[in-house]
Design a protein around this ligand. Sequence first.
Ligand code: NAD
Length: 317
Amino acid sequence: MELRELGGTGLRVSAVGFGASPLGHVFGDVPRDAARAAVRRALDLGINFFDTSPYYGGTVSESVLGDCLRHAAVPRDQVVVATKCGRYKDEGFDFSAARVARSVDESLARLGLDYVDILHAHDIEFTSLDQIVSETVPALRKIKESGKARFVGITGLPLSIYPYVLDRVPPGSVDVILSYCHYGVNDTSLVDLLPYLKSKGVGVITASPLAMGLLTDNGPPDWHPAPEELKSACRAAAEYCSKKGKSITKLAMQYSLMNNEISTVLVGMNSSKQVEENVAAALELSTSGIDKELLHEVEAILEPVKNMTWPSGIQQA
Ligand code: NAD
């Protein structure tokens, strides 16, 4: 598995990253044996980057990921573990300095770790971005100084949140950003922001190459926020691939992995089979390249919904 530098952090992360939200049962139940096997298989195949959050499954994802990493007995310095703060299933959003400080301690206890490699403020568009600038980022910096997190980041859906915050905090305050659903076969809007992020020295993580299940044969979960037009176009693209005996999931994975300016592509996985398929897609990309004919056909199907997204967060002043 290819390792890529993550911005200026010095971390080298696997091009395919393990999104652990499915371990919180957010895409359906995952038996503990299957979760442990998926994480073990990921490690064996060279995946070293794992992403979770207290929000996923109301803390379940963090606890299960911690259990799976302990069960795999992987040396701590061989894995890069990211979690988040500020978004909670029961409490909603709280990006205050006090809550963020408490949150990291709770996460470390659930994960069974002394430190996380990355701590993100999770989905910052749900609070005033000025609070993120004046209170949350300074709180994250304190946590970094304490050694409980090696690096800090911000996540969210609307791309405008990133320059808003990065232009207002001292240089170097935010090490990485995590963008989702904006670098995939149906939506490439993150690409316009890459030169800016590079100029700021900020590492780029992209998530949800399968558009949170839209680009799979099984389709999205009930809670998926996409408009019906986008859902049906993705369904049509998946069916088209399936009729040709091809996999929309493989194509979508490979597409997101093609841009080397993005350090890692976080894909949510709940079984060793999915791990094997997604790693195989990455390896095939590096040896044979993407199936260009299929890509053009799928892009044509998705053209009417290109870069279509959905509202997320509060109206910013
Ligand atoms: P995704 O696009 O990675 O899709 C996940 C879905 O695809 C799951 O149902 C999974 O079981 C399925 N899948 C994975 N591999 C498959 C395969 N080979 N064949 C068939 N189905 C397959 O969406 P995601 O899980 O939401 O995103 C990935 C990760 O990124 C998350 O787990 C999370 O860690 C992170 N993330 C973070 C944020 C944020 O910080 N705001 C938002 C979204 C995602």
